[in-house]
Ligand binder design. Structure first.
Ligand SMILES: [Fe+2]
Ligand SMILES: [Fe+2]
Length: 138
């Protein structure tokens, strides 16, 4: 069962970023499926690694756009990315050292983490970036 379903409310109006967000949603859903089916530590570890790695790639992509187009809330948004990544990495370390379980609370945390960031912070750049990109290509 997918924990999080993509819907148009998540769209930030920039196709490539929507696609990146969809991949993150899928990675979280995969992790949920692996947990649900009692997947091996190795399988969960691989999926978790992919999630963290792709999150990094995605954040860097957004930040490059912010820098390039001079998005006014760049610093705040970058700080949020950093804090989000640190939280996930801290959890990943705890889990890897056997100090934390990968269970429903963690999955809920990951879903909330992504949902709130997209709906709360990412959607704030839509107006600015869509216009800046259109002007650059006019
Ligand atoms: Fe994002
Ligand atoms: Fe973001």
């Amino acid at each position: 069962m997918a924990l999080l379903n993509w819907s148009s409310e998540f769209s930030v109006g920039i196709e490539i970023i929507d696609k990146q967000h969809m991949i993150l949603v899928r990675a979280i859903n995969l992790l949920a499926m692996a947990v649900e089916r009692n997947g091996s530590q190795e399988l969960m570890s691989e999926i978790f690694h992919t999630l963290v790695d792709y999150t990094n790639t995605h954040f860097a992509y957004e930040e490059e756009l912010f820098d390039y187009y001079g998005y006014p809330q760049t610093d705040k948004h970058k700080q949020e990315h950093k804090a989000l990544l640190e939280k996930v990495l801290a959890f990943k370390r705890q889990w890897e050292s056997g100090q934390a379980d990968l269970g429903p609370e963690v999955l809920k945390f990951l879903v909330d983490w992504l949902r709130h960031h997209i709906l709360g912070s990412d959607k704030k750049y839509t107006g600015f970036l869509v216009e800046a990109m259109q002007q650059a290509h006019a």
